[in-house]
Write a protein that binds this ligand. Structure first.
Ligand code: ZN
Length: 492
């Protein structure tokens, strides 16, 4: 009989809805409780609760503050869990904004539904790409409100990095820097086995790309690990990996020089560069890249608008933990500088401030959400700027199928945004090197630093990605790679 059982209750064969359960002889621990995202069918799954008796759970640990890992935490009070929710100190700082923001957004969606003003996007031409965002015929259901979010926030407990702390009967936990976004951690659990040797399990969380220009490198456990639950987002993308092989900085340098070329073109034709981005993670990578262009003189007087209160807040928090930053940023911080600030950066905090961009007739760059172009201030910027030939729409990472971002990246020539037809005359491009996730080689490289010969359990990847990652891991000599179905128990 196995001593410890692990089961995935989300992100099994897909990239959202992360949630795992660890059952030991003395305790039950949940790692992450994230939102399903993307299609309406996926969003509906958020209302179907995982097969976990939360009233009998002893501890919840959160790897990081992306909503696909934490967005359902607000459900915990209604599911009967009132214990501590452990996370790194930066994650504990970020989670209140994420959870309260999520509660506000859910309320807004219901109000928009009643007012028939929900964001709506369509791809009209070419016919081969025709697509329409979901029209919500049913009233959106609220997962949780501000009261529940507030209750969860009061239960947050910061775990120190690299130090053991008991979180449940017979279970100690410690965190290791995952280099994915501010505060992102791999979670190591040591589960006591009465009369036996403790079992150690490592949850990778999301694993950042190697050689992050913003974040410190990954850190690893120092003792043998029995099982690793590992993400596999980029497992099916060997083409990215080939570029990244060898010099870890190559892809990031390539991204920076391509961004520089787009900036020079925008300056020449007084155009806007629109960068759809997520508030935490990719936005900081982009701000840092523009800071580099400011420093080397390529940016000139061109303003860079960060049109996201959450992204600005996350940038502001970066300097609080210098030891989590990449070495050059760490040195800047210790010398008293704000490593995420530069002369041309304008942080916008309201819709009124954001309207300044509408009237801009000189070159500028705009970083705004949502990353999938399905809501948020980016929709307004797209509606105004896509018909101009001087505009460049730049994607800096993965976009989900069935989103406006997908259609635009595939070459849509006419779209509709909130009912208004928009001709796409803008240049649409991609810049590499801004992914928050490790490449396929990065994943196997990360695994090679985990001590011992752990059993590998893959989550957080499509079936193709899990297959690709499993094949690569087996080629590297790992004896056992498991790709469990949802709720399927895996013994350790
Ligand atoms: Zn993430």
């Amino acid at each position: 009989m196995p001593h410890v059982t692990i089961s995935l209750h989300g992100a099994a064969g897909e990239v959202t809805g992360s949630c795992s359960l660890v059952e030991t002889p003395t305790a039950r621990v949940v790692i992450d409780f994230g939102l399903y995202q993307g299609t309406p069918e996926n969003e509906a799954r958020n209302h179907v609760m995982p097969a976990i008796e939360f009233a009998r759970v002893d501890a919840v640990v959160v790897t990081h503050a992306h909503v696909d890992h934490c967005g359902r935490l607000g459900l915990l009070p209604s599911l009967g869990y009132d214990g501590a929710i452990f996370a790194s100190e930066p994650t504990v700082e970020l989670l209140p904004f994420v959870l309260r923001g999520s509660a506000s957004l859910q309320k807004l969606r219901v109000e928009e539904w009643h007012a028939k003003s929900a964001p709506k996007c369509e791809v009209l031409e070419p016919a081969s790409l025709r697509w329409s965002s979901w029209q919500r015929h049913d009233e959106p259901r609220i997962l949780y409100g501000h009261q529940a979010a507030g209750k969860v926030v009061r239960e947050l407990v910061a775990l120190p990095w690299s130090q053991w702390q008991e979180i449940a009967p017979g279970v100690r936990a410690r965190l290791h820097h995952a280099s994915h976004m501010l505060g992102a951690a791999s979670v190591e659990l040591e589960c006591a086995i009465p009369g036996g040797t403790p079992v150690r399990v490592l949850f990778s969380g999301d694993i950042g790309a190697q050689g992050s220009p913003v974040l410190a490198p990954h850190r690893f456990p120092d003792g043998a690990i029995d099982a690793v639950v590992m993400e596999s987002t980029n497992g099916a993308r060997p083409e990215n990996s080939r570029k990244a092989r060898g010099d870890a900085g190559t892809l990031i340098d390539a991204g920076l020089s391509e961004l520089r070329a787009f900036v020079e073109a925008a300056q020449a034709n007084r155009g806007k560069i629109l960068l759809p981005s997520f508030a935490v993670g990719r936005s900081q990578l982009l701000v840092h890249a523009f800071a580099q262009l400011s420093k080397d003189g390529s940016l000139g007087e061109m303003p860079v608008f960060l049109d996201s209160g959450m992204a600005s807040r996350a940038c502001g928090l970066m300097g609080r933990w210098p030891n989590l930053l990449a070495a050059p940023l760490q040195r800047a911080r210790l010398a008293g500088a704000d490593p995420m600030d530069f002369e041309q950066l304008r942080s916008l905090r309201s819709r009124e401030e954001s309207a300044v961009i509408d009237g801009m007739r000189s070159a500028c760059a705009v970083i705004a959400g949502s990353g999938f172009c399905d809501a948020g201030p980016m929709l307004r910027h797209l509606a105004r700027a896509l018909p101009r030939e001087s505009t460049t729409l730049l994607f800096a990472g993965h976009v989900l199928h069935d989103t406006l971002a997908w259609g635009l990246r595939q070459g849509a020539t006419k779209v509709a945004i909130n009912g208004a037809e928009v001709d796409v005359r803008a240049t649409v491009g991609r810049v590499p090197g801004f992914s928050g996730h490790a490449s396929l080689e990065g994943l196997t490289e990360w695994l090679s630093h985990v001590p011992g010969s752990p059993r590998v359990i893959l989550n957080h990847g499509t079936d193709a990605a899990r297959d690709g990652a499993a094949a690569a891991i087996v080629r590297k000599g790992s004896p056992a790679v498991t790709r469990p179905a949802i709720a399927e128990p895996v013994g350790v």
